[in-house]
Design a protein around this ligand. Structure first.
Ligand code: HEM
Length: 164
């Protein structure tokens, strides 16, 4: 039995449900997993690490135990939680993503960094939670919706020539 997908996001009820369930588990253990995710992100993409000026000159051991890392990890977690909680309220979801986009656009972070981070995030989720392909596919679809909103908003901010 198929169900209609949301006309704006294209996500089905089932996809939203499995993402919520999956994040419910992973998010509650984010203090541990978040460190591993960000360290892996920085090792895979030194160009992403370079945006975190506060980590300049620090080795991975020092970054791993830095309170600044824990702070961004929590920012990331709260952002994902707010997006996942609002997949049914697309207008609110869009405002939340726009705010986050503006915060990062100001730091000259581009949509490419978000896309790289989200791709790694989907792989990380699958590894850590050992989820099935349906859950992995639902995450990929959800993260694609989020990065499309980021991309469109960055394009708008650029066209306005805004430092925000
Ligand atoms: C869902 C994804 C993300 C969320 C929700 C998020 C959230 C946040 C928030 C709330 C802040 C604090 C903003 C402020 O104080 O003005 C922040 C700072 C920052 N974010 Fe993100 N972020 C995300 C992904 C990323 C990615 C992919 C990068 C890659 C470069 C990044 C790089 C940064 C940097 C460099 C800072 C400044 C950190 C500092 O000053 O210590 N973020 N983020």
């Amino acid at each position: 039995m198929s169900e209609p997908a949301n006309p704006v996001t294209g996500l089905t009820w089932r996809q939203k449900e499995v993402v919520r369930e999956s994040w419910g588990k992973l998010g509650s253990e984010w203090k541990t997993h978040g460190v591993e995710f960000f360290i892996r992100l920085f090792k895979t993409y030194p160009s992403i690490l370079a945006y975190f000026k506060t980590f300049d000159g620090m080795d991975f051991g020092a970054i791993r135990s830095s309170p600044k890392l824990r702070a961004h990890m929590l920012n990331f977690k709260h952002g994902i939680t707010s997006f996942v909680d609002n997949l049914d309220d697309v207008e609110c979801l869009t405002v939340l993503i726009h705010k986050m986009t503006e915060n990062h656009f100001r730091r000259r972070i581009t949509v490419n960094e978000f896309q790289d981070a989200f791709t790694l995030f989907a792989t990380f989720i699958q590894e850590v939670t050992q989820c099935d392909d349906v859950t992995r596919g639902a995450w990929t679809a959800t993260l694609t919706v989020i990065s499309t909103v980021i991309r469109d908003h960055m394009t708008l901010l650029q066209s306005r020539g805004e430092g925000v």
